[in-house]
Design a protein around this ligand. Structure first.
Ligand SMILES: [Zn+2]
Ligand SMILES: [Zn+2]
Ligand SMILES: [Zn+2]
Length: 221
């Protein structure tokens, strides 16, 4: 899929901003020059599309093979790896949206229906925005900021699926250099190195699992 780059106005510092609506990414440099291609690092996922409304899906998981080294998870649908995006009406969802759900659920954040006032697309929050309710949202469909009355966290996936709370066992896991994180979204199961745990001991420091993953995934929005 080719970039579709649009001018979306000036930043607070007065530089021109451009946004690619094909790949949900900005497309300008530090000086406000339009780029030929947007800054999305994995455009190839947009070539594979799965409509989740018309597909029979009873199991969706994401798996970070070693989250200490790579923060891009594999999506696993009905037991099969899927490398692409998911569609639903005019929603386009990527692995980032699943990571966002995992963070919101781990932090017990209610997921709400949030709509962009510029383009009317629904909004999903990922990375640090998934566990930090906010009033000013960045729409990933049009690149504009929009405001809501009360601080909240949006999710398009939660509009479609009933996503349970994550159940964790009260257990400490000592981590060495591998940390495989697997999240089964529809069952509310989170496993770290194949175990259900709620605390991690890493480099002689003890972390709550939510705190640990919040920090690792904070920039994945
Ligand atoms: Zn693009
Ligand atoms: Zn928008
Ligand atoms: Zn937001």
């Amino acid at each position: 899929m080719k970039c579709n780059i649009e001018y979306i106005g000036k930043s607070r510092q007065g530089i021109n901003k451009y946004y690619c609506t094909s790949h949900k990414a900005f497309a300008y440099d530090k000086l406000g020059n339009k780029l030929d291609e947007c800054l999305c690092v994995n455009k190839e996922i947009y070539n594979n599309k799965l409509n989740i409304k018309s597909s029979l899906i009873n199991n969706i998981s994401i798996r970070y093979e070693n989250i200490l080294e790579n923060v891009i998870p594999k999506i696993i649908i009905n037991g099969n790896e899927y490398n692409g995006i998911l569609e639903y009406d005019n929603c386009i969802l990527t692995y980032k949206d699943f990571g966002g759900i995992m963070l919101a659920k781990l932090n017990n954040i209610p997921l709400e229906i949030v709509k962009c006032s510029h383009c009317q697309h629904y909004h999903s929050d990922n990375g640090k925005f998934a566990y930090t309710p906010h009033k000013t949202h960045l729409c990933l469909y049009c690149g504009h900021l929009f405001r809501v009355k009360e601080k909240n966290v949006g999710s398009e996936l939660a509009m479609i699926y009933d996503i349970p709370k994550i159940k964790l066992e009260d257990k400490l896991l000592k981590l060495n250099d591998c940390c495989c994180v697997e999240y089964n979204m529809l069952m509310g199961i989170l496993l770290v190195n194949n175990q259900s745990i709620n605390k991690i001991l890493f480099e002689n420091k003890k972390y709550d699992i939510a705190e640990f993953l919040n920090h690792i995934l904070e920039n994945e929005f």
